[in-house]
Design a binder for this molecule. Sequence first.
Ligand code: GTP
Ligand code: SPV
Ligand code: MN
Length: 591
Amino acid sequence: MTNSVFDSIQNPYLKSWLAEVVALTTPSKIHICDGSEEEKAELTKEALATGELLELNQEKLPGCYLHRTNPNDVARVENLTFICTEKQENAGPTNNWMSPQEAKDKVNEILKNVMTDRTMYVVPYIMGPANSPYSLIGIEITDSIYVVLNMRIMTRMGKVALDRLGNSDNFSKGIHSKADVNPDRRFIMHFPEENLILSVGSGYGGNVLLSKKCLALRIASYLGNKEGWLAEHMLILGVEDPQGKITYIAAAFPSACGKTNLAMLVPPSSMPGYKVWTVGDDIAWMHIGEDGRLYAINPENGFFGVAPGTNSKTNPNAVKSIQKDTIYTNVVLRNDGTVWWEGHDDTAPETAIDWTGAAWTPNDKDTDGKPKKGAQANSRFTAPAKNCPCIAPNWEANEGVPISAIVFGGRRANLSPLVYEARNWNHGVYMGATMASERTAAQYGLQGEVRRDPFAMLPFCGYNMADYFKHWIEMGKRITNPPKIFHVNWFRQDKDGKFLWPGFGENLKVLKWAIEQSDKSNSTSETAIETPIGFMPSPGTIDAIPELFEVNREEWLKEIESQNEFFDKFGDAFPQELKQEQEALKQKLTS
Ligand code: GTP
Ligand code: SPV
Ligand code: MN
């Protein structure tokens, strides 16, 4: 049955692996994706026929479709995500671990004959610009058209990837099946030692677009540690100043904490002549260049962004990016065939269809009496990067862009000031390692609870995080011309729970200070003062209320205790360098 399809595949390694997966999953049909427009049209038609996609108003939103996931399947499942290394210690204390054999047995039982009545799609893809030396190739096998159409936006997919692969065996293998979308039979398994990913029982974003969190972060971070580079949960942007000089920044914030917003920032009217260019909004792969600087590429080809809160005030460039060729997931469907969500430009429609497909009005109440939301809190859009009006002209540069500043941030109602600068690389690594944030809807769990999320990588590090911290320290020794490192917090609140900082476009004022600091060989000057936690803007340098810069010594000493609860998990593997940074901070706070 499969001969003619397999004939189009020359690569012997791919051929034999496909044969294995076909024998296991016994699909009724096989489709090797070429990435063409005709293929897109054909698959879209099929998805519309089955209801997997709903057509939106093609006049107002050309090329746009809506998808609804199973209500039991609306976010990443960290509790069902595993790192399956031979030795448990290589997964470390922050990852769920399962032995590779046990994991495969579990998943293969679910994959057995799972595609009997389904088509198996083979999705070849490149992460990174098609000709970049830093790009990686993956093959995702899936039984979901939604996945294929999303991968088509999020990666360089189809013939281009097979061509680049040639006869090499150097590709990441991924198998995905929605199976019966049953949370009890849902697993996202990673085998970094084999460059293999197995995902079953889900149809949602980060669980199933295996290019993204699974390959570009979990597997890639493992490879980066082995090969001497960094795979990070970071946006990449360029700030152009009025003289036309562009400075590139990479920034790590946890999920749903403002990466897409910052990456597409529109300068406030108080900063004429400035412009922000987007290179990436979620993932950065960073290598050391010949000049000793750190260079970043965005491995992705699109944005899988949070819909709620996206409007012309918060993110006009995202709004413009999602007017065509966009797949919406779990948002409200209006009567005119357009979409809506909480925090949209338009006021709520009087009547509409909510994300579950049920009739909805903004007056509806949940069982707890609170207003019932029309869009799922983690509803998303998938949009091509080329739709973005501020996409950097060089965003696909093979060598990447040189990074002058690295910014860490979290969602902290208290404690953390608007911005502070690390004293040196290792202090910066300590700042990344001690990141914490309030939980958002991007993952299951108690919303709002503060949890430690080092480098915004807690859910995405494919190996022992103690080794990850060491890798960052080691990289610092090799980067002869390092970026400066900063920590920001857009989310500090007053006693009534009101944000103290306006955020969004205003954040550029903070980036401007960081860029100016990065240009200086010596951080203290008229524009910066030294505090126990690092350098901060001198009073008046950034136009912001003084509370945003408060450093409460008692709270910080408590923070150190909480950091230790986390650090202690790593035992002896935890790097001494970070303990020394913490000791130095403690001394400064108590002297
Ligand atoms: P992932 O795609 O999950 O990795 O997340 P992300 O970091 O790209 O998140 P995104 O930019 O979509 O942030 C979404 C949430 O952060 C929305 O609720 C925004 O309103 C909020 N947000 C972003 N920037 C700011 C800011 O400067 N201030 C405040 N108060 N909220 C912000
Ligand atoms: C995140 O949760 O950090 C995301 C969305 O970027 S997902 O791809 O679903 O992981
Ligand atoms: Mn993310």
